[in-house]
Design a protein around this ligand. Structure first.
Ligand code: FAD
Length: 443
């Protein structure tokens, strides 16, 4: 070979020799698709070397890892926790989220873990029935794709653990962007280069704060949310129970596993509250919201010390004016959390991961890929976030006895046959006129 003065690294030399050998073989084979095969080879070889770092192994991170691996990328997933976090309540996977699951070939596994929830009951603070909305009713929490968030996270992990490199107890401590890569320093002191970095580290994303903090705004609805599990009891009947309590504390218990019942407690912040930090402080705030709130709340309080993976935080939405900066991009709750209260965070994560991977695959330029991802997804995100409002949160967390009495009248009305018939008719009409989000194809 002529000495051109360029010094190739052994890896690059090996890669070039590999390409040349494959080209020689391709040229030998008489194929009418010769030109096409050359093009395919070139694209794959360029892409196969790309390493992408995903921060966060919740729902969005592993889903993105799944698709990127399908498209030939090499994926590292850094998760701050020591293992997959299997906490959380029941998540309802709806609409385009179900389509993503089907395209991943995971629908059967999800259905096998269905919590078999039969519907939603409204109860009073001592567990007496006010109204019931069986599965399929208008206004019921229960959908046909009900799974515990932890089971779902584990299914995604199992589907990707062989194809993506998972690093637990690992997080980014600093990021430096260059033209051709991002230099990443990890908490163990090591430094590596990646083509792209994806922040999928949840609502409190620290990687987002490293690059897009000035573009980030939290829309706080003035309430707290706590998700956790307590031991199941014989009286837990397979229905979701919702209770509006004095002081605005709202409790929802839902079927989890044969051994556990899941709990969601939401309650208004008091005027002079300093944000609790850490599990002990969060549990203290939670205890205060449950004290003197009836027998169901007492049962939860009794199991509080044993609660293992508490997911606690303010009920808020993440709004970021631009989702990327250079080679770093936001995904899932880190970029556009609609609040877990909407139940739509999982759907946005699934669809976001699918679209982001597809656009990375489709584009040669990083900026084009990220722009196309944001352009496709932002309308769905804004529409989903618009479902929440401070007024709705106040209405659902009525504080006074009179307000709670009125709420019960409303709950009975919603469950009544005439209102259900009217609701179903209106929903049918809305379906006919609505244009649902269509998943793009990335052939
Ligand atoms: C324990 C838990 C319980 C939840 N319970 C519910 C629920 O019951 N109902 C509901 O609707 N939503 C729940 N959510 C939120 C829901 O998972 C998300 O709204 C949605 O699925 C979006 O997923 P995500 O992957 O973007 O974020 P998440 O599911 O929040 O995942 C983010 C992941 O990033 C990890 N992480 C955090 N910081 C770093 C870092 N610096 N570096 C690397 N990794 C990091 C976290 O440990 C977590 O595993 C829960 C989330 C968690 C983590």
């Amino acid at each position: 070979m002529v000495n051109s003065g360029i010094r190739w690294s052994p890896t690059r030399m090996a890669r070039i020799q590999n390409i040349l050998a494959r080209l020689r073989n391709a040229a030998k084979a008489p194929s009418p698709y010769h030109a096409l095969r050359w093009h395919t080879l070139r694209r794959q070889d360029l892409k196969a070397g790309k390493r992408i770092l995903i921060c966060g192994a919740g729902i969005a991170g592993p889903t993105l890892g799944f698709w990127l691996h399908q498209y030939g990328y090499s994926v590292v997933i850094a998760e701050k926790a020591k293992a997959i976090r299997d906490g959380g309540q029941n998540v309802d996977i709806k609409g385009p989220g179900q389509d993503v699951i089907r395209r991943m070939g995971l629908a059967e596994q999800i259905l096998a873990k269905n919590t078999q929830e039969q519907g939603q009951k409204y109860l009073d603070a001592n567990g007496r029935l006010i109204a019931a909305l069986p599965i399929g009713s208008i206004g019921s929490l229960t959908s046909d794709f009900e799974i515990l968030r932890g089971d779902f996270a584990n299914i995604l992990y199992e589907a990707t653990r062989a194809s993506c490199e998972y690093r637990f107890g690992c997080y980014v401590s600093a990021l430096k962007q260059a033209d051709e890569h991002v230099e990443v320093a990890f908490n163990d002191g090591s430094v590596e280069q990646f083509e792209l970095v994806v922040c999928a580290d949840g609502i409190a994303s620290s990687t987002r704060q490293m690059v897009l903090s000035e573009h980030t705004h939290f829309h706080d609805f003035g309430a707290y949310m706590a998700f956790f599990k307590i031991p199941r009891r014989p009286e837990d009947d397979g229905w979701a129970w919702s209770i509006n309590g004095i002081g605005g504390t709202m409790i929802t218990l839902r079927p989890g596993t044969t051994a556990e019942t899941t709990v969601l407690v939401t309650f208004p912040k008091t005027a002079v509250r300093v944000e609790p930090s850490g599990t002990a402080e969060s549990k203290a705030v939670l205890r205060e919201a449950l004290l003197g709130r009836g027998t169901v709340a007492e049962r939860i309080l009794a199991g509080m010390d044993q609660v293992r993976d508490l997911y606690f935080g303010p009920m808020c939405q993440v709004k970021v004016s631009t989702w990327s900066q250079g080679r770093v991009v936001l995904l899932g709750d880190a970029g556009y959390c609609p609040t877990a209260f909407t139940g739509q965070g999982t759907v946005l994560s699934l669809v976001g991961a699918y679209v982001l991977a597809g656009e990375i695959k489709q584009h040669e330029q990083v900026a084009d890929a990220f722009a196309a991802y944001e352009q496709r997804l932002r309308p769905l995100v804004e529409q989903t976030q618009a479902q929440m409002s401070a007024r709705l949160v106040t209405l659902l967390h009525v504080k006074s006895r009179a307000g709670i009495a009125l709420m019960r009248v409303l709950q009975r009305l919603i469950a009544s046959s005439p209102v259900q018939r009217l609701g179903k008719w209106l929903a049918g009409r809305a379906k006919q006129t609505a244009t649902p989000f269509q998943l793009p194809d990335y052939p």
